[in-house]
Design a protein around this ligand. Sequence first.
Ligand SMILES: [Zn+2]
Length: 462
Amino acid sequence: MKSLARCILILLTLQAAPHAFGKNAARLASISAPASVSAPQSSQPPASTPDAAAPVAPPQTSERKVTAYTLPPDLYRKARDLGRFHARFAWIDFFYGIFVLWVILSWKFGPQFRDWAESVSRNRFIQAAAFAPLLLVTMAILGLPSAIYENSVERKYGLSIQSWGSWFWDWAKGQFLGILLGIILVAILYAVIRSSPRRWWFYFWLVSLPIAVILVFIQPLIVDPMFHKFEPLQEKDPALTTSLETMVQRAGVNIPPERMFWMGAGEKTTELNAYVTGIGASKRIVVWDTTIAKMNTPQIVLVAGHETGHYVLNHIWKGLLFAAVFLFVLFYLGHRTIGWLLRRFGTAWGIRGVDDWASLPALLLLLSVYSFVANPVQSAVSRYFEHQADQYGLEVTHGLIPDSSQVAAQAFQVLGEVDLSDPTPSPITVFMFYSHPPIPDRIRFSLTYDPWDKGEQPEFVK
Ligand SMILES: [Zn+2]
């Protein structure tokens, strides 16, 4: 969920931190980024030759009895070190993003781009179409070291198996999408600022709502296929689809096989995952090929049960609602403080006022800070949805697959081993960045959740 709010924010704020979002959903924890609205998320993950380069051995423990999240000593060390890296990187990436914006402001890139844009045309939209790409590309290039550093670590740990050429191509595609959207949003933002200097934040927020819905709708149709291959699951794996249909019927919901997709993640990453994405006619469950390769059928059914939970509990819509509240506060704070920031530094930065194109990096600076400060709230909401989905997965598979709580524990164990989930994450890191409960907690919950034993009604699947 975090990824959703964050992605929309980033899309709306033009990728102030182009590499931060989605990441946490995909990396710090697992099974499913329920609302992956992230072009560049897909672009950061990694890869090259799936066969040779992949050092991740198939999990040996996939059918061993699991009582807690455990790893052999070498994997334990790797997972813990990688967890620490991600935690450190989340902070580094934020401060580096702020540093990039500060460089842009103090070197007066904004005023130079604005002068040029204004000299091109008197038409405001054409000015936006000149100014926004210049600023975004500058930010992206200055932000590149951070992205390259992260991917190099992912490669070192064997999670990324994507060649640098392919990685860079994904990066470029992500930037291209960001620029297209950026032109539209910047044009709207400054039109609104000019026509309503006091209420622009509210009107821009209003406009951002339908845009966010459209983005979520087109994500699986247009954006995702630019980064990965998708096939109907039914064609790729008819037997699995049949097993999933049985589970979906047990859930008493209508998720036709046309809404289940196979994704070719294995050419870029060794990690496994599954997710729910889209809205209305584009809503779907997506299972990565790596998940199908590394889990047995009951475990995949469990994972799909979790995703069905997101689907049935309408987590995408609820996430959008949360994002709307989040953006409302964010834009209001931006409005309340941008005047102060420009009075204080505007002259030094060569910015004429809020309605100057050149004020954009200053606004992005503020929004980045507020958004980062809001991380714990976004993460907590996301973890809550994920926990609900975990519970749903346990309920819907109860009585359907033998010893479903043990199967769930095994599925999380496999997930943790393959994705190198941190066995002992620091509580601060979880509080700040974890979009999912830590794997040890998810395993503990799977093994202890048992309303049936107490003669109680399960909450979601009666
Ligand atoms: Zn999930």
